[in-house]
Design a protein around this ligand. Structure first.
Ligand code: ADP
Ligand code: ADP
Ligand code: ZN
Ligand code: ZN
Length: 830
């Protein structure tokens, strides 16, 4: 029997789901063919993730646990079983989503996550040539031919590991960088005086003693504490930043009665280092805003000790190789010439390295370097790295469940992703993908559409079958948008850029940016485009945002390299709405984040029974003692940490998951208790609280950005990146905006179906109509085609990118002969 045949028999014909009722699903019955690429689609909130992740994957995981340790098994009866009658034909399941993929450890790199680094270590330990750490000459019989004293590298199994003490650089413990205070961030507004809080880290009130000391230093030096910072003497400014030995007489607080003492003034730079040290490396009080990672002076960022860094293969040290983009290191290893003896020792490792680097390239990640810290990757990048790793394992007979793998990918790279997922299928696996992207939907073997709308208006199976019939189905929202019979209109005209209202960045040079000048016309809708790794986030998040924020006197990290920026005075507020979670704990919810929960708790206090019992708003909080359930301290569930397995959450049996104690739940407003209110979808709460305008207004905005289906009390940890971003956007929209606000968005269409994108775009365009500026980094052609102005960076990722390819209206960008964005825009502009 051939290999493919034996694999084909591993999985049953179909996966059968019967009576799925998790979340909003309405008893969904569906049969999915195994060894197919199946896309789950439908409007946001229709139940795609509830079916793919919360039902199919969760049940797969539960059955896996069942077959494992007895320790895990004893919790099985309490572990929530997905609400489904029956699932047949289920096999081992692997989930690749965007939240769990990211590693927060500073030690984790692209190389370690993909295990390419472990393979490199084997190669270096077995065939590396040690060199003298002093002069760099190759060692001969463990000695430097030039006679220098040199350290001998370990060439054992643990060698070249920056996680093990004997290999790592002692100065940075293998992290490769050290945070250094960046003096340019310490005075955001040099026109302020010491009294007005010129020294930014000492502006908050808890640092008042330091501010008082700084003022005393100025007096001692005979200068005026009311003089703007920029007019103080160079000498005094240096003392304020770096400290003086002399003691100063100062009061602790700015109160006349406060006793005066002789104290030492350390200066703001040493003060920041001291606080950072005391905090144990926590970013307490935004300390890291004043710091920048600088390469470790001892290892130059190579993370290893000098002896190990000096070992070379093909003339290069291991740290030099990991600093190369994957595209270059791939070529290096493909072309590496080794002797027969070396081939016997490392041939297999080299093959494996080439294969894995090839998988990264196919995932559109060729611009990444292996030494790139994993925590600096975007959600989409981490997800694709995990996918690349799965391709390398040659596993089959598995069920893969993916959450919008096209996130962060330019249309050009989606084709490669599709081909890779098809390979995974051809290896003998079943691939389930929650996805909105038209290219991906068209490439599917099978499509499942849920709907017709979100939340309780969704949860029904609209379609399950081959993709061709869906495209012709006039009743399917997805079919029409995918085939092009329905669509988002190209605006009849564009807002013309005003020549005198623009922000211009000169000499943008951070990361891979080539030092170009670029203008952003204000009062327009701007799309910043380009393939993954082109330099979009570097320009927007690392240069533009921090520059605007600090010009407005806010806390922001130091802007990335550029020569100057003009036009910042046109803006009086900047709002960055990214996809970072709105809270890492289950206690943060859309209601708490937007503040609407405060108003809801006040309304509960106004009920006659609450008044009689003298309940204060705190009574209705699940974050403080009094009204909450003390068994689970208001979590509603109890976390059990499992060795080697993800944590398991058990339902709290005292409060039955409501988070509150019985007395609190006795209070009812319009017939519902506080826990029932938190369970309500936003759109339902909007009707429920009719007439309570302070509650209605923020809820209406949440509904407008397409979140009406979320529950008020839905835990932040269950929100996708796109949902978190829209919660933040709604929160900003309900606040009073300045006259000229600059909104910065990062792929705002993530997680949205075409029909939701339509709604979101009208919200964003209405902001521009009010005079604000909206700037979105985006790959979504529907968004880009409605923009007034497009800034296209590239043409490629990494070293092949970083140039300004085009800037102009979508028509102008489409008219450019080169540039990947223009090419795709031409099709949609028609
Ligand atoms: P989709 O993936 O189609 O965007 P979801 O399956 O995430 O939709 O959500 C479907 C419905 O289930 C929505 O009303 C959503 O608010 C609700 N929901 C999703 N996750 C949870 C959860 N963990 N707890 C309660 N309700 C949830
Ligand atoms: P885009 O936003 O267009 O996907 P980025 O701005 O994230 O691109 O990346 C541009 C280039 O800069 C890439 O080569 C990327 O690997 C590199 N880069 C981005 N962030 C960092 C970082 N924190 N450290 C090192 N290199 C980075
Ligand atoms: Zn070091
Ligand atoms: Zn409880």
């Amino acid at each position: 029997m051939s290999d493919t045949n034996s694999r084909a028999h591993l999985l049953p014909e179909t996966l059968q789901v019967r009576g799925a009722r998790e979340h909003n699903l309405r008893g969904v019955d569906v049969d999915l063919p195994h060894r197919n690429l199946t896309v789950f689609t439908g409007v946001s909130g229709s139940g795609k993730s509830s079916l793919a992740f919360a039902t199919i994957y969760a049940e797969g995981q539960r059955r896996q646990l069942q077959s494992m340790s007895t320790f895990a098994r004893q919790f099985m009866h309490q572990m929530d079983k997905p609400d489904v009658d029956h699932i047949g034909g289920l096999c081992s399941a692997v989930a690749v989503d965007q939240r769990s993929s990211a590693s927060r450890s500073p030690r984790s790199t692209v190389g370690t996550v993909t295990e390419v680094y472990d393979l490199l270590r084997v190669v270096y330990a077995r065939i590396g040539h040690p060199h003298c750490t002093v002069c760099g000459t190759e060692l001969d019989e463990d000695a430097c031919p030039q006679g220098h004293d040199t350290l001998l590298p370990e060439m054992t199994n643990g060698a070249f590991s920056f996680n093990l003490p004997f290999g790592q650089c002692t100065a940075c413990q293998g992290v490769g960088t050290r945070l250094e205070v960046d003096p340019t961030t310490l005075v955001a507004d040099p026109t302020r005086s010491l009294v007005e809080g010129a020294i930014t880290p000492w502006r908050p009130t808890f640092t008042e003693p330091e501010r008082m000391k700084a003022r005393a230093v100025a007096q001692l030096e005979g200068e005026d504490e009311n003089t703007p910072w920029e007019e103080l003497s160079e000498e005094l400014r240096h003392k304020l930043l770096h400290g003086t030995d002399i003691k100063v007489r100062a009061r602790k607080f700015d109160k006349p009665g406060d006793p005066v003492k002789d104290v030492v003034f350390t200066g703001v730079v040493p003060w920041l280092y001291e606080r950072y040290r005391k905090s144990g490396g926590e970013n307490f009080g935004q300390l890291e805003n004043y710091m920048r990672p600088a390469p470790c002076g001892a290892c130059g960022g190579g993370r290893l000790n000098p002896a190990q860094l000096a070992v070379r293969v093909a003339g290069r040290g291991i740290a030099e190789v990991t600093a190369l983009p994957v595209s270059v290191s791939l070529r290096l290893f493909q072309e590496l010439e080794v002797s027969d003896r070396e081939r016997a020792a490392v041939g297999q490792a080299l093959e494996e390295i080439v294969q894995r680097l090839g998988h990264l390239t196919r995932m559109g990640l060729e611009y990444l370097a292996l030494d790139r810290p994993a925590r600096t990757l975007s959600g989409g990048e981490s997800q694709r790295i995990r996918l690349a790793g799965l391709l390398g394992t040659d596993m089959f007979g598995l069920l893969y469940v993916l959450d919008e793998p096209t996130t962060g990918l330019h249309p050009r790279d989606i084709e490669k992703l599709v081909a890779t997922l098809q390979d995974l299928r051809d290896q003998g696996n079943t691939v389930l993908i929650v996805e909105h992207d038209h290219q991906m939907i068209k490439a599917a073997d099978w499509v499942v559409e849920l709907g017709p709308a979100a939340g309780e208006h969704g949860g029904e199976l609209l379609y399950s079958g081959p993709v061709e019939q869906l495209l012709d189905d006039v009743n399917s929202p997805t079919g029409g948008y995918t085939s092009g019979t329905r669509g988002i209109a190209v605006p009849a005209s564009r807002r013309p850029p005003a020549p005198d209202r623009r922000i211009t960045v000169y000499g943008a040079k951070e990361n891979n940016l080539a030092g170009f000048d670029v203008s952003f016309p204000l009062g327009t809708f701007i799309a910043v485009t380009g393939v993954s790794g082109a330099g979009k986030s570097t320009l927007v998040d690392d240069i533009l945002y921090p520059a605007v924020e600090s010009a407005l006197g806010g806390d922001a990290p130091a802007p990335g390299a550029h020569t100057r920026i003009e036009g910042l005075h046109h803006i009086d507020r900047v709002i960055k709405v990214d996809q970072a979670p709105i809270g890492r704990s289950g206690r943060s919810t859309p209601a708490t984040y937007t503040g609407v929960f405060d108003s809801i708790r006040k309304v509960f206090c106004q009920t006659p029974e609450a008044k009689k019992r003298r309940y204060k708003p705190g009574r209705f909080s699940f974050n403080s003692a009094g009204g909450r359930c003390e068994t689970c301290t208001g979590d509603g569930s109890i976390k059990i940490e499992m060795q080697l397995l993800p944590d398991v959450f058990l339902h709290c049996e005292t409060c039955n998951g409501t988070r509150y104690n019985a007395e609190t739940l006795e209070i009812r407003y319009r017939g519902k208790n506080i826990a029932e209110v938190l369970e309500m979808p936003i759109e339902e709460a909007l009707e429920f609280f009719a007439g309570e305008s302070v509650i209605e207004a923020p809820l209406r905005v949440l509904d407008e950005v397409g979140l009406g289906y979320l529950r008020l009390g839905q835990s932040a940890t269950t929100l996708s990146g796109g949902e978190a971003q829209r919660v933040k956007l709604a929160n900003e929209l309900q606040r009073r905006a300045g006259a000229h606000t600059l909104y910065l968005l990062d792929e705002p269409t993530t997680g949205l179906h075409s029909s939701d994108i339509d709604r979101l775009l009208s919200v964003l365009h209405s902001l521009v109509d009010k005079g604000h500026t909206v700037l979105a980094v985006s790959h979504n052609l529907d968004l880009i085609k409605t923009a007034d102005w497009v800034v296209d960076i590239g043409p490629e990722g990494g070293d092949g990118g970083g140039a300004l390819v085009a800037a102009g209206t979508p028509e102008q960008v489409a008219g450019q002969p080169d540039g990947h964005t223009g090419r795709f825009l031409r099709d949609v502009l028609g």
